[in-house]
Structure formats: structure tokens, C-alpha cells
Design a protein around this ligand. Structure first.
Ligand SMILES: Nc1ncnc2c1ncn2[C@@H]1O[C@H](COP(=O)(O)OP(=O)(O)OP(=O)(O)O)[C@@H](O)[C@H]1O
Length: 369
């Protein structure tokens, strides 16, 4: 995990700064594959496990009654093992796959009820997707690949090329405008994919395992690139991955899926501090707690007579980042959520997390607010 995991993004603040109309809303979304798929929901069979349903009816519930909301500017990660339903879910959001039931709303517009023409228009302007297999047009130059979405939308040549050039510069591809995709490395091709998605200025950017095929070092670079781009453009992002480290690094919140169902939705710290079940506990067992838990999870009430004159820190500061200041202070650090005083943290409280993560992966929730 790199240090940038720890830096709260602007979206973290945006997502935490109070209720607003969600950028994306998913309500009771189902996808059942099979001949009798539409006869299952509303019957007792909908409660069967995926395996039971499959052996009884031959149908497969790829996505089962999934609901969540994504705030404007939030990075929302969907994580799960292979077969858990992530790809199906992200395709349902844009109706590349038709849902069996449920509703998807993007920026207040109902995707599930949209006519074909409306859907086409929404795909052009409200959402853009970045795929693992880049999906670049091989006979078009980088600049024309990036401008493609704008061309489809009917933008004039000068305007779309100017916008594409801005995106080239944004993703660090200056000088490669006239190259063809097969002249670029995998990482650079994925930068083209990113630039192409950003060019249409969508409300929501969808990423379907975009970095899974890249070498680990390039993959890390690209994750950092997504963090940087997000800081710069502040787009709402839904990011699909099977990699927990990637999820923790990028996500403001993470949705963990298993067998088509939601197991847990929470911030990285919530998921690590309070795993919903053994499946999640297993996933997070190797994560260094001090890299993910925030002071909110360590804070305690001041003891009688304890000084309240120490420095103040924010509750969303990650323990590892806070450690130096807490250890250097001779007085306990006061922890605040906005204006609200939550309590104090001292050397012992910090060391307890660090020592516990050395000794055992299972660290409880010291004081979750
Ligand atoms: N067109 C289809 N017809 C029947 N079953 C399907 C279809 N597409 C997906 N499935 C099944 O739905 C389940 C979820 O698949 P999905 O590809 O969404 O999972 P995933 O989490 O994205 O996995 P991976 O990371 O391996 O792609 C799997 O059991 C898969 O076999």
C-alpha cells in the first residue's frame, strides 16, 4: 500500500460533507440469467442461495437485490472474488445488460426506464466506462481515440480536438498524440482509455477492473494516476476490482460482494475495523491496521485530571499519519470531528494499534463514532 492511500481526497470530504442528491442510486437491482429468470423474483425462490437456486431452477442469480447510493464526487469501489457479480453489476448500471428487476438512477435520471434514444444520449453524456481491455480503435491515432466520444456526440472537429488535447495533457500523454495504440505500452494505452472517458465530461465514470492486466508497478502508477485525476477533476467514480489493496487505496467507500449479494458497504476504516462477517474478516486479515484506521477508531474519553491542552487533530486522520505528532506531543492529542470534540489519543493508544497489528491481525474497534 503506498502512502497516498492515506491522503484523504477532496471526495472524501465531499462525500462526508452532508446529504445531497446522489450521483448514482441503485435500488433492489437483480440480474438472474436463465430461461425462467423473470419468474423467480417475488416467489420464495428469491431467498435461495445462488447454488440452491441454480440446482432447483437452472437459473443463476448473478446480482441479487443490490442497493447503494454514491455521493457526487465519491469514489465507490465494488470488490469481490471472481464470480461475485461485479462485472454484471457495472454493466447493469448502463444497461449493457438488462436488469431482471430494480432501478438505477444517474444524476436523477432513471436509467432503467429510459427509451433506447434516451439511453444512447445518457451513455454519451452522463457516463463513461474504462475497461480492462482498453477498447481502443487500432487504426485511429491517440488524439482521435480520445476525441471519439465527442465525435459520436456530434461535436465539431476543432472543438473535439481541442478538448482531446486537454485530456492528452491531463493524463500525461503529451507528445504521443499521433501515435497508434499498438505503439504504446499497456499503461499508456490505459491512459488513453482514461482520457477518452474523461473527454466527454461524464457525471459518472465507471471502471471495470481497468488495471488487472497491467504489471504490478504500472498498476500502482495507474492507481496513483486515478487518485491524482480524481483530485483534479473530482468526478464521481465507480470502480470494480477484485484487489483489496486497490479498493482500500482508491475507495471513499467499498461495497463487498459475494455470490451476487452485498456483504458490507463501508469506508476502508469501517470495513477493516468492523468486518461484517468471516468472509470480510478473512479479506482484511492481512491489512496493516495503522495504515487504514483513523483516529476515530482509537479515540477515548479523557481520564480524570488528564490535560486537554494538547494539539488538536481531525478524526479522519489515519493512525499512521497521526503517529508522529501524537508521539512527539507530551500531552494527549485532542480529536475533533468538525467542531465536535470526540476525545483524546495518546502514545499508548497509537502503539496499541501498531503493536496489535504486529502481534495479531484482529484489532477491535476501540471507539468507533
Ligand atoms: N451471460 C451469462 N449467462 C449466465 N451466467 C452468467 C452470464 N454472465 C455472468 N454469469 C455468471 O454470473 C456470475 C457473476 O459473474 P460476473 O462476471 O459478474 O462476476 P465477476 O465478479 O465480475 O467475476 P470476474 O471477476 O471473474 O469477471 C458468475 O457465476 C458468472 O458465471
Amino acid at each position: 500500500m503506498s502512502a497516498s492511500v492515506l491522503e484523504p481526497s477532496t471526495a472524501r470530504h465531499a462525500a462526508a460533507s452532508g446529504p445531497s442528491e446522489p450521483a448514482l442510486k441503485v435500488e433492489g437491482l437483480w440480474k438472474i440469467f436463465g430461461a425462467k429468470a423473470d419468474k423467480i423474483i417475488g416467489t420464495p425462490d428469491e431467498h435461495l442461495t445462488r447454488k440452491e437456486l441454480q440446482s432447483k431452477t437452472g437459473c443463476l442469480a448473478a446480482v441479487k437485490d443490490v442497493s447503494f447510493e454514491v455521493a457526487p464526487g465519491e469514489v465507490f469501489v465494488v470488490m469481490g472474488l471472481s464470480g461475485s457479480g461485479k462485472s454484471t453489476l457495472v454493466r447493469l448500471l448502463t444497461r449493457l445488460i438488462e436488469p431482471t428487476a430494480g432501478r438505477v438512477t444517474i444524476d436523477g435520471e432513471d436509467v432503467t426506464c429510459a427509451s433506447k434514444a434516451k439511453l444512447r444520449e445518457m451513455r454519451r453524456s452522463h457516463m463513461a466506462m474504462v475497461f480492462q481491455q482498453f477498447g481502443l480503435l487500432p487504426h485511429r491515432k491517440v488524439i482521435d481515440n480520445i476525441a471519439y466520444g465527442l465525435e459520436v456526440r456530434g461535436e465539431g472537429k476543432a472543438k473535439r480536438l481541442a478538448r482531446a488535447q486537454e485530456m492528452v495533457d491531463l493524463v500525461g500523454l503529451s507528445g504521443y498524440e499521433n501515435s497508434f495504440p499498438d505503439q504504446l505500452s499497456g499503461g499508456m494505452q490505459q491512459r488513453v482509455g482514461l482520457a477518452r472517458a474523461l473527454a466527454v465530461d461524464p457525471q459518472v465514470l465507471l471502471f471495470d477492473e481497468p488495471f488487472s492486466a497491467l504489471d504490478p508497478l504500472i498498476r500502482r502508477d495507474m492507481q496513483n494516476e486515478v487518485c491524482r485525476l480524481h483530485e483534479e477533476v473530482g468526478k464521481t467514480m465507480v470502480f470494480i476490482t477484485h484487489d483489496l489493496q486497490e479498493a482500500l487505496k482508491l475507495g471513499d467507500r467499498i461495497l463487498i460482494m459475494r455470490d451476487g449479494e452485498v456483504v458490507q458497504i463501508g469506508t476502508p476504516a469501517e470495513v477493516v475495523a468492523n468486518p461484517a462477517d468471516d468472509y470480510v474478516r478473512d479479506f482484511v486479515s492481512d491489512v496493516p491496521r495503522s495504515h487504514v484506521l483513523t483516529l476515530r477508531y482509537v479515540v477515548r474519553a479523557p481520564r480524570a485530571g488528564e490535560s486537554l491542552d494538547g494539539p488538536a487533530m481531525r478524526a479522519d486522520c489515519v493512525v499512521r499519519d497521526a503517529a508522529r505528532q501524537v508521539l512527539e506531543s507530551s500531552l494527549p492529542v485532542r480529536v475533533y470531528e468538525g467542531e465536535r470534540f470526540l476525545g483524546v489519543v495518546d502514545d499508548e493508544d497509537i502503539l496499541r494499534v501498531v503493536v496489535a497489528e504486529e502481534a495479531s491481525p484482529a484489532v477491535g474497534n476501540g471507539g468507533a463514532a
